[in-house]
Design a protein around this ligand. Sequence first.
Ligand code: MTE
Length: 341
Amino acid sequence: MLIKDNDKTQISENGRSRMLTEADVTDESVYRRRRKLLKGMGFIGASGLLWANGIGGISRAKAASFKTTAINVVKSNADSVSDTLTPESKVISHNNFYEFGAQKHEPAENAQDFKVDPWSLTVSGEVEKPFTLDYQQLFTLFDLEERIYRLRCVEAWSMVVPWLGFELGKLIKRAQPTSKAKYVAFKTLYDPDQMPGQSSRFLGGGIEYPYVEGLRIDEAMNPLSLLSVGLYGKTLPPQNGAPIRLVVPWKYGFKSIKSIVEITLTEKRPPTTWNMLAPNEYGFFANVNPEVDHPRWSQASERRITSGGLFTRNRIKTQMFNGYAEQVANLYRGMDLTKQY
Ligand code: MTE
């Protein structure tokens, strides 16, 4: 997306403000094609385009007023990658969080007043010991560790982010899953008063809310699956999914559901948001796979936001399972990944 002069947006970082640049936004052609799908499905109409041009006007140039706080990290993890980190300024200004707007710059602008404390995260379903955590417990229940992971969006851009959090598997074990627990379902907060995209089909991209996601239990128990409560040494900003979000680095980014309020262990495969919207384009598994193209664009390469650049010459090759094949390929042995995408 080429940003026109009158479409520039100011963001604030470390007390200084700067303009969003082309490097902050996604590959134009992919972005347009994803929007074309939504438009074709009747979700983005004339008013949607008004929103896209900033005429709809929710706090368009709001400075980053949400307060994040420093987090104590107990250990760094061996699974961290050594790729160059994406600058924090890009991680927190180029976001997909449709509850706050379907354009990359909108979540950072529209989420600054989001209330994360008090918070309540319930773990229940096929478990012996259901429990609910409050805001403080999200940070104190387990030792927090830093994990530097690649994040590959289905739209063919990627980042490298230093997350802070704990293994999802630890939380699940604490609830003592029953033998019927085959899947793990996740739900984002539903609060249209705070999340303008949930009450506007145009701003919210036509998604049916709350946003929901799911994993198979063995995927959820894999040590790479992380519940993140922070990035770059601080609590998460709201646009990145405060106070707690999932990070599943070998899957396309849409699996990494934000601002989670419910985790439910289930016997049946749970419905998932993008899969419900366009099942032929977004599978349940959503494993990063350079050999299985999205029906409307190639997945063979990606634009690493770290080094910026809107154009194809900056692309790098996408790796199978986003480079985590050693840790996760065994989960999918015997499966036809062209069919179970
Ligand atoms: N979670 C919710 N609730 N709503 C969303 O729109 N977008 C997903 C995922 N989690 C999304 C979400 C997509 S498409 C991506 S690529 C990642 O969040 C982006 O995470 P980031 O903004 O922290 O980079």
